[in-house]
Design a protein around this ligand. Structure first.
Ligand code: GLA
Length: 730
């Protein structure tokens, strides 16, 4: 059984295929964290040391025992008020405003299957196939009537343990929750690095690796979205860990709003890693009987380097966060109108684009921004989701039918959470936006954010969207979100400290209604490129536009960083025109194609009509090549062979789980002089086997390949790329 409880020691043990997690409900009723590491039998309580560490260590719970202090002991759910002066997961106030609680162990339940969370995205289980189990550990503060149910989802085959917490007021007075983080991992020893992901618009998720010293390293978002600036993914690893050696732990937040992820090196050289909701503008009152759910964190551990943490995240998110018919299906190769036309298109242009696309084997046309109401630039019309038939030269159904008649599917762009001041919706319902009365709103891209915490706002959007989606054969929706939430006041909320969290519940509610009503539509997330690339959104839509930056060389870094937390099946990646719109760089079409094929949500984002026949012929071959490798890219294990941050080449590899096929791609970033041979060293092949390069026919011994590697063409120019497809010779 994955979960067990030993009555005599009061130790909980959670086992996955290769990891063990342990905690102890000690004699004072506090929950101590004992262990998260490689699979091990036995009790790891021996790891915890008790000593009189002077009076500076917070309060003793037993005057006769000065060796016990929660300021030092590794904890499972640290809360403010117990004497632990490190960063807590929970801070509450009672009705008088007094801070602090005293949560003690109050029982547990072990249930078959993985828990679900009301109104929030979460990992789910296929109970028969997964053998998943849930542990609920209940903590109670008798004075406040505060109950916290700690939820642990154990997914044995995925090597994943999830955490969430339900915080409930079972008392008689109001309790205000000022901080509600979800998960922490306390380490009693270790010399660690922390890996986080920073960025900005058009340059998201760039990995940053720092040694953990004393003090707190923290990243997060106060933007009401997970953000282009920091990703809600954090790894901790041995200081000398590499992709394939050393220990590594990962946390991945299943939430799309503000977050905070921290690592603290504390006074006794111990380390705490934690993740959860941001405190920013958060102060959540719970009346008697009410509850708040701290969203889920996916955790995983690897004793075989960092890449295993990523591979575990990939499998978990691809197969047990993403849902629906597109989860395991090849996604259509698409052409998106944005970089081809921006706002400047007609129905005729789109049909021409679709015609050319069809001749190249491209399977879907996406009509991006600009198709509705008076939208001719980004100054107006968000909120008015009515088709501009004048611009399209007919009804939407007529346009879609013409495109479909070419054998091309049709997709559409929307940004439903937003409203322009210049729109019918805003003129009719100025009170439906998040805005502080009497204060001029802060605009972002000239738009305001609708108050999705309100049901009538969500109903209006649902109806407007259904009206569009029902009038034509729309098979794909790109769901955009292009600004942060600054003004935080809901006219309908009883308390403004609830608004940012309730907004997310509202968004998830709207998305759930839509994916239920349109199970066949492929939804793709987007937020000024990759500003809301998180496991929360992936619960509703299996792919996300990775970045507005389509320059292949920049993309190598963006996709490299994205791959630490997210599977290739989720990465929207397109070939665009050169010189690139953002940075003016030109790179060969081969490189653009190979780079975009790192994502299984592959496509094009340029005016195909402007391409010479030679380039069209190239694209035809590219699309064919993509189909050949697509299942391996979508479901294979990813190996990051060389880093675009530090190496002369950037190389990556996908290997099928059975090891029978592999795709190795490399871009040469730097060429110093001439004559230097760069070698790429694959991993994950079957030891002792041989592999045939399907293009050249050459057979290579796997062991030598994985030891010394293989040379890239010596004369490969800077920014040129190669791809090798290997098949095991059985
Ligand atoms: C955002 C998206 C782009 C495009 C535009 C349209 O910037 O990231 O891909 O859809 O909006 O306005």
């Amino acid at each position: 059984m994955p979960i067990s409880f030993d009555e005599s020691t009061r130790v909980f043990t959670l086992n996955t295929r290769s990891t063990t997690y342990q905690m102890l409900a000690d004699s004072y009723g506090f929950l101590l964290h004992l262990y998260y590491g490689r699979r091990s039998d036995g009790f790891m309580a021996y790891l915890v040391t008790y000593a009189d560490r002077s009076g500076m260590c917070g309060c003793p719970y037993d005057v006769n025992d000065r060796t016990y202090s929660l300021d030092v002991l590794p904890q499972e759910y640290p809360f403010q008020g117990a004497g632990d002066m490190r960063s807590p997961l929970l801070v509450v106030r009672d009705e008088s405003g007094a801070f602090g609680c005293d949560l003690r162990y109050d029982g547990y339940e072990i249930r078959p299957g993985k828990y679900a969370l009301p109104g929030l995205p979460a990992v789910y289980s296929d109970d028969e196939a997964d053998g998943a189990e849930t542990l609920m550990v209940r903590l109670r503060d008798a004075r406040l009537g505060l109950v916290v149910e700690l939820l642990y989802g154990v997914m044995p085959e995925l090597d994943v343990i999830t955490r969430a917490a339900v915080i409930r007021n079972e008392g008689t007075g109001r309790i205000t929750v000022d901080r509600a983080q979800t998960a922490c991992l306390d380490f009693v020893n270790g010399d660690f690095d922390v890996i986080s992901f920073h960025g900005r618009h058009a340059m998201e998720r760039i990995p940053d690796r720092h040694r953990v010293g004393h003090g707190t390293f923290s990243v997060g978002s106060r933007r009401g979205m997970s953000s282009n600036q920091y990703s809600p993914v954090m790894l901790l690893c041995d200081h000398d860990a590499t992709e394939s050696t050393g220990r590594a732990w990962g946390m991945n937040f299943v939430y799309s709003g503000g977050f905070e992820a921290e690592v603290t090196g504390e006074q006794f050289d111990q380390t705490r890693m934690q993740m959860g909701l941001s405190d920013d503008r958060f102060s959540y009152p719970l009346e008697p009987g009410e509850q708040l759910v701290a969203p889920e964190v996916i955790m995983t551990y690897s004793s075989e380097g960092i890449e295993r943490v990523s591979q575990n995240f990939h499998r978990c998110i691809r197969t047990r966060v993403c849902r629906g018919i597109w989860r395991d299906a090849a996604r259509p190769v698409l052409i998106n109108s944005w970089e081809a036309f921006y706002f400047d298109f007609t129905g005729e242009c789109l049909v021409k684009l679709a015609e050319r696309a069809a001749s190249l084997g491209i399977e879907m046309l996406v009509m991006d921004d600009g198709w509705f109401s008076t939208r001719r630039d980004d100054l107006r019309a968000l909120g008015d989701w009515t088709v501009n038939e004048g611009k399209l030269g007919g009804t939407l159904a007529e346009l879609v039918d013409r495109v479909n008649a070419l054998g091309v599917k049709f997709g559409i762009w929307v940004e439903p959470e937003m409203v322009s001041e210049d729109s019918e919706l805003y003129r009719e319902h100025p009170d439906w936006v998040l805005a502080v009365p009497g204060k001029g709103p802060v605009l972002g891209r000239d738009q305001l954010v609708l108050d999705l915490s309100r049901e009538e706002v969500r109903d209006n959007l649902f109806e407007q969207l259904c009206r569009v989606l029902d009038q034509a054969n729309i098979e794909y929706v790109k769901w955009d979100y292009n600004r942060s939430i600054v003004d935080t006041y809901s006219r309908a909320s009883s308390d403004q400290g609830k608004v940012l969290y309730d907004y997310m519940l509202g968004l998830y509610d709207l998305l759930e209604r839509l994916v239920e009503r349109y199970p066949k539509i492929l939804f793709e997330g987007c937020s000024a490129g990759g500003g809301r690339f998180d496991a929360g959104m992936l619960y509703y839509m299996p792919q996300i536009w990775t970045s507005d930056n389509t320059d292949a060389v920049n993309r190598l870094k963006i996709q490299y960083g994205t791959s630490f937390g997210f599977p290739s099946s989720a990465m929207g990646a397109h070939v665009s025109a050169c010189p690139n719109e953002i940075n003016g760089r030109s790179v060969p079409l081969t490189t653009r194609g190979i780079t975009a094929m790192q994502g299984a949500a592959f496509g094009y984002e340029l005016d195909l009509m402007k391409l010479p026949e030679r380039a069209c012929e190239h694209i035809r071959r590219q699309v064919k090549r993509f189909h050949e490798i697509e299942p391996i890219v979508r479901e294979g294990l990813l190996y990051r062979l060389d880093s675009p941050q530090t190496d002369a080449i950037c190389a990556w590899e996908y290997v099928t789980e059975d090891g029978s096929q592999a795709v190795v791609s490399a871009v040469r970033l730097e060429v110093e002089g001439y004559g230097v041979a760069n070698y790429v060293v694959p991993r994950g092949l079957t030891p002792g086997a041989s592999y045939r390069d399907l293009d050249s026919g050459v057979v290579y011994p796997a062991d030598a390949l994985m030891d010394m590697g293989m040379p890239l063409p010596v004369r490969l120019e800077a920014n040129a790329a190669v791809m090798y497809r290997f098949e095991r010779v059985d």
